[in-house]
Every structure is written in structure tokens, then in C-alpha cells.
Design a protein around this ligand. Structure first.
Ligand code: S3P
Length: 180
């Protein structure tokens, strides 16, 4: 009864959406978790909730190293249900052993987007992103080019890689069902 086996394995899924800032992780995680009836965890929101302050102001006060340490601790100690969609931060896979930990405990999906697409999406939302807030449009484009190329080696370790352009939660759901 293959449908039963598929149904059973679907009951034990932790899905991590990874990718650069602006690739759509948060929006897609919300929609996907609703479609699957899974718990939603947004790592940035969990961190902000714990801190009682925005990530941007924590960066200003304590710096990036302190943020990365906390991000890694929170990633690994949150109380997940087995059925969870996790929206990670853009840098989460690239520090400590976070990427290996996610691969060992769930299914990682890299939402890949070209630099131009990311740059136009990020121009609008840069105020809340400490790594971008002081950059103009041209600098954002350069920053993304550099950072994305540094980060690719981590993102490419994902179990699935999908094109983020016009990607829908239904597309992700189909991918997950085909992997379960
Ligand atoms: C970061 C991405 C942000 C947030 C922090 C650092 C990064 O998350 O975790 O500002 O290093 O790329 P989003 O990818 O959800 O914007």
C-alpha cells in the first residue's frame, strides 16, 4: 500500500526553507505550513521574540558574532513538532554546523534566486535588515553578488534546490510529496 507508506512518512517531516534574504522563505513557509497543516516556525521571529527587540537593534548593540551564536543556539533548541515548516534566516546555513544539523534533522530546500531578482525585492525592505540598511541600490547589488557567491557552498548542500522565480507553495508541496 504505497499511499499508506507515503502518508506515514509525511507525518514525520521537518522542512527547512533556506536561501538568501528576499528569496521568499517567510511568505512561502507561511503558505506551505497552512497547506500541509504543519506548525510554522520563523527563526527570525523566534529570535526577536526571545530578545524582545528587533534583530537590527541587536546587531547594533551586540554585533553580528553575538547574533550568529544566538541564531545557532535557537535553531537547535526550539521546540519543534515533528511536522514543521521552518523559515530560516538568510545566513543561518552559513555559520557553525547549522547546515549539517538541518540536513541531519529534516529536509532542507534551497530557494534559489538570481542577484537581480533579489536586489529589486530587497531595495524596499532594507530598513529591517541590518546587513543592508546603510547601502544604496548599487551597493546592494554588489553586496548580494559577493555574499551570494560566498554562501553558495552552504546553500548548495540542501537536499532539494528549487528555482525561486514564480515559485508557489503548491510547487513546494508537490516537491515534498514526491520526496516522502
Ligand atoms: C540575515 C538574514 C535575515 C536575518 C538577519 C541576517 C543574513 O533573515 O536573519 O538580518 O545574514 O542574510 P532573512 O533572510 O529572513 O531576511
Amino acid at each position: 500500500m504505497p499511499w499508506l507508506i507515503q502518508g506515514l512518512s509525511l507525518l514525520k517531516m521537518r522542512i527547512f526553507l533556506i536561501g538568501f534574504m528576499g528569496c521568499g522563505k517567510t511568505t512561502l513557509a507561511k503558505k506551505l505550513s497552512a497547506k500541509l497543516g504543519y506548525q510554522l516556525v520563523d527563526l527570525d521571529h523566534e529570535i526577536e521574540h526571545k530578545l524582545g527587540q528587533s534583530i537590527a537593534s541587536f546587531f547594533d548593540e551586540k554585533g553580528e558574532d553575538a547574533f550568529r551564536k544566538l541564531e545557532s543556539e535557537m535553531l537547535k533548541t526550539l521546540n519543534y513538532n515533528q511536522n514543521t515548516v521552518v523559515a530560516t534566516g538568510g545566513g543561518t546555513p552559513c555559520f557553525f554546523d547549522n547546515m549539517d544539523w538541518m540536513n541531519a534533522t529534516g529536509h532542507t530546500i534551497y530557494i534559489e534566486m538570481p542577484v537581480t531578482g533579489l536586489a529589486s525585492r530587497l531595495q524596499g525592505g532594507k530598513a529591517s535588515r541590518p546587513l543592508l540598511k546603510d547601502l544604496n541600490q548599487q551597493e546592494i547589488q554588489k553586496y548580494i553578488e559577493q555574499k551570494l557567491s560566498d554562501r553558495q557552498k552552504y546553500y548548495q548542500k540542501a537536499k532539494s534546490i528549487v528555482n525561486g522565480i514564480n515559485l508557489s507553495a503548491d510547487d513546494l508541496r508537490a516537491l515534498i510529496l514526491s520526496n516522502s
